[in-house]
Design a binder for this molecule. Structure first.
Ligand code: SAM
Length: 232
């Protein structure tokens, strides 16, 4: 269970109405039952139910069960698309071990607003779902050109360029260190963006195969390629 609360031995964790409904209404846990807790920042803890009610309850942290599993330093930059597909990208990125998720506005990005809090909640749910102890931060929407202007040159970019369509993937991608994957919007990258990205020494243009993938499919495919090559 995810809780937005510091975790340490002996700590009491108050539960809100939704958490109480899930634990005591849906899961039917009695007082004394164990629950695994994570908050995305500390180790995972086993807690026992101390008080159970309809509108709330209290858990008591008993013992540390797993350390925080910090994923490799991989960011996913993607241009938001339709709501359900943007949700999908965030959910899959969290499942696949992105350390940070950054929605970016490119020239052809349609949306100029996102619900950051909603997307962050999806990242929490996805971490919960796959038993992770880490929750990636979902950043506010930012312009790609501004991000690139302040970019830390040590962070390499796997630039998924649909225009390569099957041409050989970047040979110079070095293992380890800080990484970001960049996925464009439904309309693809503009010629100006493409030229700029091709000129950056830390950006590696990569093809994801001969077919043009939907942006949500491309995000999952790119994370799979990266994890297979560099993940640990
Ligand atoms: N409208 C564009 C076109 O027709 O060329 C397609 C854009 S695609 C739906 C959205 C994003 O997914 C692209 O900007 C790119 O980042 C990624 N993508 C899709 N297929 C790809 C491929 N075969 N290789 C590399 N990136 C790809």
């Amino acid at each position: 269970l995810y809780v937005d609360h510091p975790l340490s031995e002996g700590q009491s964790i108050p539960l809100d109405r939704d958490q109480a409904h899930y634990l005591f209404g849906v899961m039917r846990l009695p007082v004394g039952a164990p629950v695994l807790l994570f908050n995305g920042r500390d180790s995972e803890y086993r807690a026992d139910v101390a008080e159970a009610g309809k509108k709330g309850g209290v858990l008591t942290c008993v013992e540390r069960t797993r350390p925080l599993q910090v994923p490799p330093d991989l960011w996913l930059l993607f241009a938001p698309i339709k709501k359900a597909r943007t949700d999908f990208i965030v959910e899959k990125a969290a499942e696949m071990g992105a350390a940070r998720i950054l929605p970016v506005q490119t020239e052809f990005t349609n949306s100029d607003r996102i619900r950051q809090d909603r997307l962050q909640a999806h990242a929490v749910e996805a971490a919960e779902q796959c038993g992770g102890t880490y929750v990636p931060e979902v950043a506010e929407l930012a312009r790609l050109d501004r991000l690139l202007a302040d970019w830390d040159a040590e962070r390499q970019i796997m630039f998924c360029d649909e225009a390569l369509a099957g041409a050989a993937a970047a040979p110079g991608m070095a293992t380890g260190g800080k990484w970001a994957i960049l996925i464009g919007p439904e309309g693809g990258f503009s010629e100006a963006e493409r030229a700029r990205l091709h000129a950056l020494p830390f950006a590696h243009p990569v093809s994801l195969g001969p077919r043009i993938l939907r942006a949500d499919t491309a995000a999952v495919a790119a994370m799979t390629v990266w994890q297979q090559r560099f993940g640990d």
